[in-house]
Design a protein around this ligand. Structure first.
Ligand code: BES
Ligand code: MN
Ligand code: ZN
Length: 493
C-alpha cells in the first residue's frame, strides 16, 4: 500500500472513497459543510434520516455521489467527545478501512487524522493510521496450490487542513511506512513453517537483507562458536540436525561513524520442542514462533535502514533448533558459557536464556551504548501480563523508561518488572555457577535474572514477548510486535 498527503478542498479530492468523521451532535465543520453543499446535501440528509448509527464507529457508505470528485463517501460516527482516546481513534480508523476494503475499494482519501486525540499530535494520528492500514492489508503468505488473494486497498492519501502538505508530515508518513514494512517483514518470517524457516534460512535472509539495505552481515558457524567458547548456545543446538548460526547485521547511519551502537539481540529458536524436557503435544506447533524475537530484529533492521536513521545499530541473532535426540543435552548437564560462567541445565526447555546468554556476551564486544534483547522467553510472562504487554526488564532506569514510553506512544506496550537480588536466589546450583531454571514462582523474572548475570557490565534491557509476538487459535499468526516499539525508541535516540 502507498501513502501520500493531499491539501485540497474535500469536494475536489479524487478517490474511490472519501472518509469523513461525523460527531454524534451532527455539527459539521466548515470543510464538511462545503462538501455537503457540493454534493446536494446528501451528507446532512443521510444523518438527519438517521442512517448513520448512533454509536462511536458506526459507518454508512454513500455511493455514486455526484457533484464531487470522490466516488463514495464513508461517514463514520466519531462520538460525542471533543477528544478521543488512543483506542477510540484506532477503532475508528480500523472500522473505516475494513468497511472500505470489504467493498473492494482501491484508493482512499482519509481525513480522520484531523480528529483530536487526547495528548497526541498530527504526527501520531498519521503514523497510527499508516500502521493500521498496512496491518489490514497484510496477508499471510500461505503455502497453497492456488495463489491467495490480495487486499483491494492500494493507496491512501491523508487530507491535511493546511494549503500545502508539510514536509514534516511527509517525513512522518515515510517513516511510518518504513515501520509498517518492518512489521510485515517480521510477520512474514515468523509465520513460516519450521521446516522452511531454519537457522540456515534465517542466515540467508540476513544476507539478502544486507544486499538490499546495505547492511554488513557476518554469520558465525558452529566451528566459530566453538572457538569463542559458546558452550551454552551449542548445548541447545546439539540435539538438532540443523546447523546453528549466529547472525550479526550492522547498520551504520550515525554522522559520527564510530558512535557507539545500540545492539538488539533476538531469540531465534526456529522450533522449540523443549528438548529432552519435552513439551506436551497440544499447541506445540506454535513453538515455530519461538524465533519471533529474531524476526523482530530483522524487521527493525529493515525499517531503520529504510528510514535512514542517524544511528549505529547492530542486530545479533543467535539461532538454532531445540530438539530431543541421542546427542541432545540432558537435564543435569553442565556447560561453560562464553562468559566463563558455568551453567547446570536442569531443564532443557529453558533454552532461550541459554542461547541468549552467549549472544549477550558476544554483543558486548561492540561496546554498545545499550543492549536490548527480545525473546519469547517464558510462558510465565504470558500468565503475568497476558497478551497486552511485553515484560520489560532492565538494569538501567532511563533505558527502561525510554522503552516503556515508546511502548505507550505506539500502543505496542511493555510493562516494567523487577530484577531484585532476592529473585536471583532460585538460580543457585550445588554443582555449577548457576542453574538455568528456578522454581515456578516468578518464572519470567528469574529468567530475566539469569540474563542479567551476563550483562552486568552493560546498559541492558530485556523484552519478554511470549504473550505479544503472536496469536494462537483461529487468528493464529505473528503480530509483528515489538517492531513499532523498537522503531519509536530508536527514532528518539
Ligand atoms: N519458548 C518457551 C516460552 C514460551 C512459552 C513462549 C509459551 C511462548 C508461549 C521457552 O523456551 C520455554 O519453554 N520456557 C519455559 C521455561 C521453564 C522450563 C522454566 C516455560 O515458560 O515453560
Ligand atoms: Mn523452551
Ligand atoms: Zn523457547
Amino acid at each position: 500500500m502507498e501513502f501520500s498527503l493531499k491539501a485540497q478542498p474535500l469536494e475536489k479530492i479524487v478517490a474511490d472513497a472519501l472518509i469523513v468523521a461525523i460527531p454524534s451532535n451532527q455539527q459539521l465543520s466548515s470543510e464538511i459543510k462545503q462538501l455537503d453543499t457540493a454534493c446536494s446535501k446528501i451528507i446532512s440528509q443521510t444523518i438527519k434520516a438517521g442512517d448513520l448509527g448512533k454509536t462511536l464507529g458506526a459507518t454508512v457508505v454513500l455511493h455514486h455521489v455526484t457533484g464531487i470528485k470522490a466516488q463514495r463517501i464513508l461517514l463514520v460516527n466519531s462520538g460525542s467527545k471533543t477528544l478521543l482516546n488512543d483506542s477510540e481513534y484506532k477503532q475508528l480508523v480500523r472500522t473505516s478501512l475494513k468497511t472500505l476494503e470489504a467493498l473492494g475499494v482501491k484508493n482512499i482519501a482519509f481525513t480522520l487524522n484531523q480528529l483530536n486525540v487526547d495528548n497526541r499530535d498530527d504526527a501520531w494520528s498519521t503514523e497510527q493510521a499508516v500502521i493500521i492500514a498496512s496491518e489490514i492489508c497484510y496477508r499471510i503468505k500461505k503455502i497453497t496450490k492456488e495463489k491467495g488473494s490480495l487486499s483491494s486497498l492500494q493507496h491512501m492519501s491523508f487530507v491535511t487542513k493546511g494549503k500545502t502538505p508539510s514536509a514534516a508530515l511527509n517525513k512522518v508518513i515515510t517513516q511510518a511506512h518504513a515501520t509498517a514494512n518492518g512489521i510485515a517483514f517480521t510477520k512474514d518470517l515468523a509465520n513460516l513453517p519450521p521446516n522452511i524457516c531454519t537457522p540456515t534460512y534465517l542466515a540467508k535472509e540476513a544476507q539478502k537483507l544486507g544486499k538490499e539495505w546495505k547492511l554488513k552481515i557476518e554469520i558465525l558457524e558452529k566451528s566459530d562458536m566453538e572457538k569463542l567458547g559458546m558452550g551454552s548456545l551449542l548445548a541447545v543446538s546439539q540435539g538438532s540436525r540443523q546447523a546453528p548460526k549466529l547472525i550479526t547485521m550492522k547498520y551504520n547511519g550515525a554522522t559520527q561513524k564510530n558512535a557507539k551502537p545500540i545492539v538488539l539481540v533476538g531469540k531465534g529458536i526456529t522450533f522449540d520442542t523443549g528438548g529432552i524436557s519435552l513439551k506436551p503435544a497440544p499447541e506445540m506447533d506454535e513453538m515455530k514462533f519461538d524465533m519471533c524475537g529474531a524476526a523482530s530484529v530483522f524487521g527493525v533492521m529493515r525499517a531503520v535502514a529504510e528510514m535512514k536513521l542517524p544511528i549505529n545499530l547492530i542486530g545479533v541473532v543467535p539461532t538454532c533448533e531445540n530438539m530431543p535426540d541421542g546427542n541432545a543435552t540432558r537435564p543435569g548437564d553442565i556447560v561453560t558459557s562464553m562468559s566463563g560462567q558455568t551453567i547446570e541445565i536442569l531443564n532443557t526447555d529453558a533454552e532461550g536464556r541459554l542461547i541468549l546468554c552467549d549472544a549477550l556476551t558476544y554483543a558486548q564486544r561492540f561496546e554498545p551504548k545499550a543492549i536490548v534483547d527480545i525473546a519469547t522467553l517464558t510462558g510465565a510472562c504470558v500468565i503475568a501480563l497476558g497478551n497486552e504487554a511485553a515484560g520489560l526488564f532492565a538494569n538501567n532506569d532511563s533505558l527502561s523508561s525510554a522503552l516503556k514510553q515508546a511502548g505507550d506512544v505506539t500502543g505496542d506496550r511493555a510493562w516494567p518488572m523487577p530484577l531484585w537480588e532476592e529473585y536471583h536466589e532460585g538460580l543457585r546450583s550445588n554443582f555449577a555457577d548457576m542453574a538455568n531454571v528456578a522454581g515456578r514462582a516468578g518464572g519470567s523474572i528469574t529468567a530475566a535474572c539469569f540474563l542479567a548475570k551476563f550483562t552486568r557490565n552493560a546498559t541492558w534491557a530485556h523484552l519478554d514477548i511470549a504473550g505479544v509476538a503472536y496469536r494462537g487459535g483461529k487468528e493464529k499468526g505473528a503480530t509483528g510486535r515489538p517492531v513499532s516499539l523498537l522503531c519509536h525508541f530508536l527514532k528518539q535516540q
